[in-house]
Design a protein around this ligand. Sequence first.
Ligand SMILES: *[C@@H]1O[C@H](CO)[C@@H](O)[C@H](O)[C@H]1NC(C)=O
Ligand SMILES: *[C@@H]1O[C@H](CO)[C@@H](O)[C@H](O)[C@H]1NC(C)=O
Length: 212
Amino acid sequence: MVNVAFGIVYGSGLNEYGLYLDCEGGGRSLTSYDRTMSQLFKNIRKRPQTHKFSDGVSSIMSLGEVPPCINSTAQMNWLNRGDVRKALHIPDILPPWDLCSDEVGEQYTTLYPTVKDVYVKLLSLGLRALVYNGDTDMACNFLGDQWFVEDLGLKATTEYKMWHHDNQVAGFYQQYGNITFLTVKGAGHMVPQWAPGPAFHMFQSFITNGSY
Ligand SMILES: *[C@@H]1O[C@H](CO)[C@@H](O)[C@H](O)[C@H]1NC(C)=O
Ligand SMILES: *[C@@H]1O[C@H](CO)[C@@H](O)[C@H](O)[C@H]1NC(C)=O
């Protein structure tokens, strides 16, 4: 069942970053990003009860440059412009900006199977946290983050309820003391890019510790 789901998310031609968005470039071409992702998941793959990539997907992976269905041409061009690099104080010796680095991905070693302890520690020091997801993102599905926050062992201090932006339901959220889990309705993986209004509202509420 898990493999069937992974086949749909990663191999069907749907935009895994936004279920209802078109796949930029059309159809489906597996890229080095897929290889990178499978590399990132290689340790997790060995663990029972977690997701794994179907053999069908990994065996047809091929070289490419960007995540599937995402057109990053504009930001690649912009972030590699001389004047932009200068404005961002990026030294000339550093390589061009890239959306996903094969070099990093292929050499990446998973150090922490979970960051639960990190969250628990930071929260115990009095920091506030916001965990948010676009609810049409299949790459980082909101359920995973919801389960993660629920599993921190903290007491819920609000109901799971709607929040609003421009007189519309903008998603759902629940607070557990200083950590909030929140979804953004209809947004995919790149929440600020695809839902700028609600995203601004969300960040502002978080930063000012105001209500959502
Ligand atoms: C990607 O975006 C660039 C500029 O933003 C555009 O010129 C190009 O046609 C797009 N590519 C595809 C495959 O849609
Ligand atoms: C929440 O954070 C505030 C500071 O932002 C802190 O004073 C308070 O102790 C924290 N509450 C909990 C339950 O950790």
